[in-house]
Design a protein around this ligand. Structure first.
Ligand SMILES: *Cc1c(COP(=O)(O)O)cnc(C)c1O
Length: 364
């Protein structure tokens, strides 16, 4: 045990501190989570009416939950510190130990939540395959096995809108409705990881409530492009949210004067949703510029995430990212590709600068 612990410590789970030998970051395309609250958002936070959230006494949190229940087309909603906690609380409400969740093999719940659903709930996740973070009716039907005394019960289908590692792709409404209906017919509950749901809404013009109408639970992250410092809201039926509160308390997600943060989320709903279209335009401009560089393979973006592979131009993604970082430009390597993410701190001018820097590094 001691050896295992030291091996794990050596792996370095704690995030590194900034490297002082590197120049400050000028252009941050690492993630839409790294935005700073704007002065106007901070002013809204300062002015928030607050109370003890655990005791139901924070009026700003109630205002946010009511507004989100309406936006997502559900009876009720609950404010949680993070999107990960929304996923964890949702599976804990929907499933029992030994149950199986169906999700795409690149889904956040499978790849990026440190085994929470297995560790905390005792749930397995059956990975479904398909291009760009999505599976179709055929893949789902093939995975559904019906009631069995031997196989684990399949109780929940999870879809990600937009599909992050799929390239920020948007599930077409027909496919989404089809897979969710099949799951329902098979007796499964349905859950939408809507971390970037508003990106899909702005890109398609389809309201969030319509996208999530066949989902028993759905959540939205306020720290992905919407610019809030923390917070996510999970919505569902009144009974679902009542159960969710049990897990919120148990996991330590019940808060106190959380209205300070809920005010930032309300501000984001008023001021930072429509502008997501600018992020999509900037992502498209970046992808167009990258595609013009010989040897760079670009996945056509549908929202604010641009995945590309520069190896055909003679440089590995890691090396390109390191060279960009030395010029104060931040990107990441994710699932074997470089990911650049546009958000409210990224301007069209920064995209031009970034393209010039990449052309320079690749010598094109
Ligand atoms: C970021 C993300 C999450 C987790 O949200 P946090 O607020 O970072 O905990 C879950 N699902 C998807 C698709 C994400 O992109």
């Amino acid at each position: 045990m001691a050896d295992l612990r030291s091996a794990r410590a050596a792996a370095g789970y704690a995030p590194p501190r900034p490297d002082p030998s590197l120049p400050p970051v000028r252009i941050n395309l690492h993630s839409d989570t790294q935005t700073r609250p704007t002065p106007a958002m901070k002013a809204a936070m300062m002015a928030a009416e607050v109370g003890d959230e655990q005791a139901g006494l924070d009026p700003t949190v109630w205002a946010l939950c009511d507004r989100m229940a309406e936006l997502l087309g559900k009876e009720a909603a609950v404010f949680l510190p993070s999107g990960t906690m929304c996923n964890v609380v949702a599976t804990l409400v929907h499933c029992r130990p030994g149950d199986e969740i169906l999700a795409h093999e690149s889904a956040h719940i499978l790849t990026s939540e440190h085994g929470a659903h297995a560790a905390l709930g005792g749930f397995g996740i059956l990975p479904l395959k398909g291009p760009r973070g999505q599976f179709d009716e055929t893949a789902l039907k093939a995975a559904l096995r019906g009631r069995s005394r031997y196989a684990p019960p399949q109780t929940l289908l999870c879809v990600e809108q937009t599909a992050n590692l799929g390239g920020g792709t948007i599930w077409p409404e027909a496919r989404l409705d089809a897979v969710l209906s099949i799951a329902k017919e098979a007796g499964l509950a349905t859950h939408m990881d809507g971390a970037r749901l508003m990106n899909a809404v702005v890109a398609t013009g389809i309201p969030a409530a319509e996208m999530a109408r066949h989902c028993d639970s759905v959540w939205l992250d306020f720290t992905k492009g919407l610019g809030a410092p923390l917070g996510a809201v999970l919505a569902g039926s009144r009974a679902f949210i009542d159960e969710a509160w049990r897990w919120k308390q148990r996991l330590g997600g019940a808060m106190r004067q959380a209205g300070v943060c809920a005010a930032a989320c309300l501000f984001a709903l008023d001021h930072h949703v429509e502008r997501l279209a600018d992020d999509h335009a900037n992502a498209a401009a970046l992808a167009r510029g990258l595609a013009q560089i010989e040897g760079v393979a670009v996945e056509p973006p549908e929202t604010n995430l641009v995945f590309f592979d520069p190896s055909g131009a003679g440089m590995a993604g890691e090396d390109l990212c390191a060279a960009l970082r030395r010029q104060g430009i931040l990107m990441s390597v994710l699932a074997g590709r470089v990911r650049a993410c546009t958000h409210l701190d990224v301007t069209a001018g920064m995209i031009e600068e970034t393209l010039a820097a990449i052309r320079g590094i690749l010598g094109r």
